[in-house]
Design a protein around this ligand. Structure first.
Ligand code: FAD
Ligand code: NAD
Length: 474
């Protein structure tokens, strides 16, 4: 007889571990199967996000931002620090400590919530059984409900095969222990810009080769144009749009990349090359063939709006299913599925999932942008406010960026908020909350914002929708 649980979750990333904790809170006897191992071969919970994603990348972004400030920004405050020395191995060790603390923290949360952690590769079998394979062998468990949260993995391109030595993926890019003089990045998406920024701040000459002609296509054009100017002119990132990589050749210590740009063949030699061209659902061997689990045309587990797969009692969440590949989206789906299993009626509002790109300045948005409002033929109005007119921003010596708000012209309901500026990642929460409550720009305009704060830029952008911003000419 196989051990029986009420719920088995496969995958302990931010989607799976949160689902497991919520299931346990709701009184279900829950197990969570995960196969991630750290460099010493020990189980490490938290998935991509904690091990090689959100957290380690932000740790390095923060460290490198401090270097940037010491080298270029302190002076404006009247502070001189002389030569700034960077100990990259120490920086990486700090990042690893944070990862270690947080992944152990999940193990602690599992223990406290009585979630059984099972290490190994989980595979869905017929009859709601899960086969787990590890170094110890194979065991089979069963459950009334199963949640698949197997996440995603980097996309590889044959023209630049990752060896995690000279050509690295996002995981390898977080473990470079010496500043490469010349760093190439393929893909000017979220990872390319965040990790490109890290190494640029630490002294690499960074060239980013992006296949598309548009820069940051999902971002509102007014903001993406200003961001591009800042990254290229202000920070020295060499971003080549419309660059098609045709091949790469590694030597002992360098990699030669050939690409087509503006109709001509180019060759550049880098000391490291980061491949960041997107991620794909990681559904390899997640279910036995005879289970008949339906995978959609993009390789993701097919789910309905209640995150149910085609197999009764089997759900899927996070990066493995449709929607943006973001940790908080997966976590929210994890909570929702646990509550659905408990017979509750939760709702994940996919229209209010915030996005953040942790460059400097940060870029954050929620809802639709102006181009989408146009495409959808909406009757809309916009307002904006520049951080250059915000007292707190100037006190911080932050002069660029803006808040842009898009609202329905008839009802005044907020349709989208876009922020390029300091602490955009924190500021966006107000906009998410406003949209979650179906607020109008008038609601935001009539809400008292503390002075002096960056949030006043949101207040002013809301006022500006109605042509009555107070600290700029409308
Ligand atoms: P994952 O985190 O991928 O976790 C899936 C887990 O399941 C893994 O542990 C995997 O080993 C395990 N698994 C898979 N198959 C099996 C199996 N068959 N049996 C057992 N275990 C299995 N998102 C943000 O919101 N904010 C950010 O700042 C951010 N930064 C990022 C930076 C980088 C460099 C990267 C790569 C990603 C970043 N992301 C960020 C995206 C975020 O990491 C993902 O959206 C998130 O981790 C997805 O969560 P998940 O639980 O669906 O999957
Ligand atoms: P991405 O989709 O953000 O960007 C990939 C970029 O690579 C795109 O601009 C694409 O046009 C380009 N590209 C694709 N193929 C190419 C090729 N052959 N040559 C040159 N360019 C090519 O993907 P990513 O940066 O790899 O990140 C993956 C996902 O991880 C993100 O979409 C996001 O969901 C998540 N993530 C989120 C955060 C965050 O929330 N701050 C940070 C990192 C990653």
């Amino acid at each position: 007889m196989s051990e029986k649980f009420d719920v088995i979750v496969i995958g302990a990333g931010p989607a799976g571990y949160v689902a497991a904790i919520r299931c346990a809170q709701l009184g279900f006897n829950t197990a969570c199967v995960d196969k991630w191992e750290d460099k010493d071969g020990k189980p490490s919970l938290g998935g991509t996000c904690l091990n090689v994603g959100c957290i380690p990348s932000k740790a390095l972004l923060d460290s490198s931002e401090k270097v940037e400030q010491a080298e270029h920004e302190f002076e404006a405050h009247g502070i001189s620090v002389g030569n700034v020395n960077v100990d990259v191995p120490k920086m990486i060790a700090r990042k690893n400590d944070i990862v270690g603390n947080l992944t152990k923290g999940i193990a602690g949360l599992f223990k406290a919530n009585k979630v059984t952690a099972i290490h190994g590769h989980g595979k869905l079998l017929k009859g709601k059984q899960v086969e787990v394979t590890s170094k110890e062998g194979t065991a089979t468990y069963s459950a009334d409900n199963i949640i698949l949260a197997c996440g995603s993995e980097p996309i590889n391109i044959p023209v630049a095969p990752v060896d995690n030595n000279l050509i690295v993926d996002n995981a390898g890019a977080l473990d470079i222990d010496d500043v490469p003089k010349r760093l190439g990045v393929i893909g000017a998406g979220v990872i390319g810009l965040e990790l490109g920024s890290v190494w640029n701040r630490l002294g690499s000459e960074v060239t980013i080769l992006e296949a598309m002609d548009a820069f940051l296509a999902p971002v509102d054009k007014q903001l993406s144009r200003e961001a591009e100017r800042t990254f290229v002119k202000g920070q020295g990132l060499d971003i080549k749009l419309g660059a098609l990589v045709t091949g790469s050749k590694t030597a002992k210590k360098s990699v030669k990349v050939t690409y087509t740009f503006k109709g001509e063949e180019h060759t550049e030699t880098f000391d490291k090359l980061i491949v960041a061209v997107g991620r794909k659902a990681n559904t390899k061997d997640i279910a036995a063939e005879d289970v008949g689990l339906v995978i959609d045309e993009r390789g993701r587990i097919d789910v309905d709006n209640q995150l149910r797969t085609n197999i009764a009692g089997v759900y899927a969440i996070g990066d493995a299913v449709k929607g943006p590949m973001l940790a908080h989206k997966g976590s929210e789906e994890g909570v929702a599925v646990a509550e659905i299993i408990a017979g509750q009626q939760p709702h994940v509002n996919h229209d209010t999932v915030p996005w953040v790109i942790y460059t400097h300045p940060e870029i954050a948005w929620v809802g639709i942008n102006e181009e989408q409002a146009k495409e959808q033929g909406l009757n809309y109005k916009t307002g904006f406010f520049p951080f250059a007119a915000n007292g707190r921003s100037l006190a911080m010596n932050e002069k660029g960026g803006r808040v842009k708000m898009i609202a329905d012209a008839d009802t005044d309901r907020v349709l989208g908020v876009h922020i390029l500026g300091p602490n955009a990642s924190e500021l966006i929460s107000e906009a998410v909350l406003a949209m979650e409550y179906s607020a109008s720009t008038e609601d935001i305009a009539r809400t008292i914002h503390a002075h002096p704060t960056l949030s006043e830029a949101l207040h002013e952008a809301a006022l500006s929708v109605d042509g009555r911003a107070l600290h700029k000419v409308n």
